[in-house]
Design a protein around this ligand. Structure first.
Ligand SMILES: Nc1nc2c(ncn2[C@@H]2O[C@H](COP(=O)(O)OP(=O)(O)OP(=O)(O)O)[C@@H](O)[C@H]2O)c(=O)[nH]1
Ligand SMILES: [Mg+2]
Length: 537
C-alpha cells in the first residue's frame, strides 16, 4: 500500500515538474503570441482607420459654405449660424450654380450699400431732400445714392417673395434697398450685407406716413399717371408703388420700359407689395438683357436670391436644427407636404385630406397601406425609413396620416414617420414666435427631398423654391370635393407672380402677358392666370 503511494507520489512529483515546465512554456508562448497579435491588430486597426478616413475624406465632396460665391466670407459666423452652416451641415449641394455675373453684381451691390446705407453722409443727404416735397427733380442730379424702401405687409410668405423681388429690382436699377423694421423682420433674418445695415432707420422722415400709403395717395405711381402729375419734366422726390393684388392697370405700368425711364429719376421709392413680381420684370426688354446674364437658368432666380438674402436668426435656426435633427436627419428619404386651406371656414376638411392622399399615392410619393397584416417571420432591421414633414395651421392632417400608417403597414415595407412641427390654427402675423415658427417650417420644408405644396400659397412657393425643388402642386379645390387630378408636378421651381399685369405695354396693349415671351408663362396652379419663369419649353 505504502509502495503504491510512494511510487505514485514520485510519479506525480516528476509529472508535476514536467507539467509546470510545459505550462510555463505554453503560457509564455501564448503571452508572446498575444502581445504580437495585439500589436499587429492595433497596427492593422490604425492602418484601417487611416485608410477609411482617407476614403471618407476623399469620397465626401468638399462642402462649399459660400455656395459658389453667392455669399461673402466677410461675416462673423457666430452672429448668424445659419449663414454658413446651411450648406455645410443641412443642405445637399444645389444643382443650380449662381453665374459669375450674379456673383460680381452682388459684390458691387454690397459696396454700394456700404457707401449709401444708414449712417453714411450719402444717406443723410438723401433723406434731407424728403423735407422738400414740392421740389421737382427733373433736371437735378440726385447723387449716387437712390433708394427703394420695402414695407412689410401681408403674410410671411408674401413678405419673403416681395423682398426678394424688390432686391432684384434694386440690383437692376442700382438702388439701395432698405427694409421697414417696424414689424418683426430682425427677429427673423440676419443682416445680409456686410459692414452696414439693411434696416430703414426708425427716424426716417416719412416713417409716420408710410402706414397710410394706398392707391388713393397722391404720390402713388398709378394715381400720378391717372392725374398726369408725373412726366419727364415733373419728377417728385419720392413715389409710392402699389404692387398688390388690387393694383390697377396704371399701377402695373410701372413694369414698362417707358415708365421705368421716369421712375429711374425719382430718388426714393416706397413699395407695398404682396406678389412675387420678378416674372414681370423679364417682360421689360431693358431688364431682360441684364436678367439673362444674371440668371442663365431662369427658374433659379428666387432660389439664388433667397439663399443670398434670407438667413434665419440664431433663434429661428435653433427651431430649424432641433426639428431637423430629431425628425429628418436619420431618414433615408424625406417628403414635405404643405397644406394651406383657403376658404372662409378654414380647418380640417375630408376632401382636402383625400386630395393629399390621392396625390401622394398617384405620384408614388407615399406607399399604399397594405390590405392586411402580413405574418412576417424574417424581421429585417434594415427597413427604409421615410420621414414625412407636414406643415399646416391644422394638426388634424398629420394626425390622420400618422394613424393611417400606424393602423396598417405600408405595402412597400417602408417605415413611414409623420411629423408636424406646429398647428397654430390661426394666422398671427407679426407675433414674434408665430412668425419664427412659420419661417422655421418653410425652411424645414425646403430641406426635404421631394415636396407637395398647396396651389396659390406663397408659403409653399418660398419652401420649394428655396429648396431648389420642383413641387407637386395641389390644385385649389373649388367645392367640397377633391379635385381630379389632385395635383400636378411643376416643371419650374420659381414662384408664381399672382395677379400680374394682364396687358402688355404700349404699343401691344391688350396682349396676353403669358404669351409675350416663351419663358414667361401662366402658372400651372392658376389656370390661365399668374406668370412664372420656365426653362423647360
Ligand atoms: N407655422 C405655420 N404657419 C402657417 C402655416 N400656414 C399658414 N401659416 C400662417 O399664416 C400665414 C399665411 O401667409 P403666407 O405665409 O403669405 O402664406 P399664404 O399661403 O400665401 O397665405 P395668404 O397670404 O393668406 O394667401 C403664414 O405666414 C403663417 O403666419 C403653416 O403651415 N405653418
Ligand atoms: Mg401669402
Amino acid at each position: 500500500m505504502y509502495h503504491i503511494f510512494q511510487i505514485s507520489s514520485e510519479v506525480f512529483r516528476a509529472f508535476g515538474l514536467k507539467m509546470k515546465i510545459l505550462l510555463t512554456l505554453v503560457f509564455s508562448g501564448l503571452l508572446i503570441w498575444s502581445v504580437a497579435l495585439v500589436s499587429f491588430s492595433n497596427d492593422f486597426n490604425n492602418q484601417l482607420l487611416v485608410a477609411t478616413s482617407n476614403v471618407s475624406r476623399e469620397s465626401e465632396t468638399p462642402r462649399d459654405k459660400l455656395i459658389g460665391g453667392l455669399l461673402t466670407a466677410d461675416f462673423d459666423e457666430g452672429s448668424c449660424l445659419s449663414r454658413y452652416q446651411q450648406s455645410l451641415l443641412y443642405r445637399k449641394a444645389s444643382p443650380y450654380k449662381p453665374s459669375q455675373y450674379l456673383v460680381s453684381k452682388l459684390r458691387s451691390y454690397e459696396k454700394l450699400h456700404k457707401r449709401c446705407g444708414p449712417g453714411t453722409d450719402a444717406y443723410k443727404k438723401a433723406t434731407e431732400i424728403l423735407g422738400h416735397d414740392d421740389e421737382n427733380y427733373a433736371s437735378k442730379s440726385v447723387g449716387e445714392c437712390r433708394y427703394i424702401v420695402w414695407v412689410a405687409v401681408y403674410g410671411l410668405g408674401n413678405r419673403i417673395l416681395t423682398l426678394a423681388s424688390v432686391f432684384l429690382y434694386a440690383l437692376l436699377t442700382e438702388r439701395v434697398v432698405l427694409v421697414d423694421q417696424s414689424k418683426d423682420i430682425s427677429d427673423l433674418f440676419c443682416e445680409p450685407f456686410p459692414s452696414t445695415s439693411w434696416l430703414l432707420p426708425l427716424e426716417f422722415p416719412l416713417m409716420k406716413q408710410i402706414d397710410g400709403y394706398n392707391k388713393g395717395y397722391s404720390r402713388c405711381y398709378g394715381t400720378m399717371l391717372d392725374n398726369q402729375a408725373i412726366n419727364s419734366t415733373l419728377i417728385p422726390p419720392h413715389l409710392y408703388l402699389h404692387i398688390l393684388h388690387d393694383s390697377r392697370d396704371n399701377d402695373k405700368m410701372f413694369f414698362c420700359q417707358k415708365d421705368q425711364s421716369l421712375v429711374d429719376k425719382v430718388p426714393w421709392l416706397i413699395v407695398k407689395a404682396n406678389v412675387y413680381f420678378v416674372p414681370s420684370l423679364w417682360l421689360n426688354p431693358t431688364f431682360q438683357t441684364e436678367l439673362m446674364k444674371l440668371f442663365p437658368q431662369k427658374e433659379a432666380v428666387f432660389h439664388h436670391l433667397a439663399r443670398y438674402l434670407f438667413h434665419p436668426t440664431n433663434q429661428v435656426w435653433g427651431l430649424i436644427t432641433r426639428s431637423y435633427n430629431a425628425y429628418l436627419s436619420r431618414a433615408d428619404e424625406t417628403l414635405g407636404i404643405q397644406i394651406r386651406v383657403f376658404s372662409d371656414r378654414a380647418g380640417y376638411f375630408q376632401h382636402v385630406m383625400d386630395q393629399v392622399v390621392a396625390c401622394t399615392r398617384r405620384e408614388n410619393l407615399l406607399p399604399e397601406p397594405a390590405a392586411q397584416e402580413e405574418p412576417k417571420v424574417n424581421i429585417s432591421r434594415s427597413q427604409k425609413l421615410k420621414a414625412v414633414l407636414v406643415t399646416s395651421l391644422y394638426p388634424e392632417y398629420s394626425e390622420t396620416l400618422k394613424n393611417m400608417y400606424w393602423e396598417r403597414p405600408s405595402s412597400t415595407g417602408e417605415i413611414i414617420e409623420v411629423y408636424q412641427p406646429s398647428g397654430e390654427r390661426v394666422q398671427q402675423t407679426d407675433k414674434k414666435l408665430h412668425d419664427q415658427k412659420a419661417l422655421a417650417e418653410m425652411y424645414l420644408l425646403s430641406l426635404t427631398d421631394k415636396i407637395v405644396t398647396s396651389a396659390r400659397s406663397t408659403f409653399g412657393y418660398v419652401a420649394h423654391s428655396l429648396g431648389g425643388l420642383k413641387p407637386w402642386l395641389l390644385y385649389q379645390p373649388t367645392g367640397p370635393t377633391a379635385p381630379d387630378p389632385p395635383c400636378i408636378q411643376s416643371t419650374s421651381m420659381d414662384p408664381c407672380h399672382l395677379t400680374p399685369p394682364s396687358h402688355g405695354c404700349e404699343p401691344e396693349w391688350g396682349t396676353n402677358s403669358g404669351k409675350v415671351v416663351h419663358f414667361v408663362r401662366h402658372c400651372e396652379d392658376r389656370g390661365n392666370d399668374g406668370l412664372k419663369l420656365f426653362d423647360e419649353l
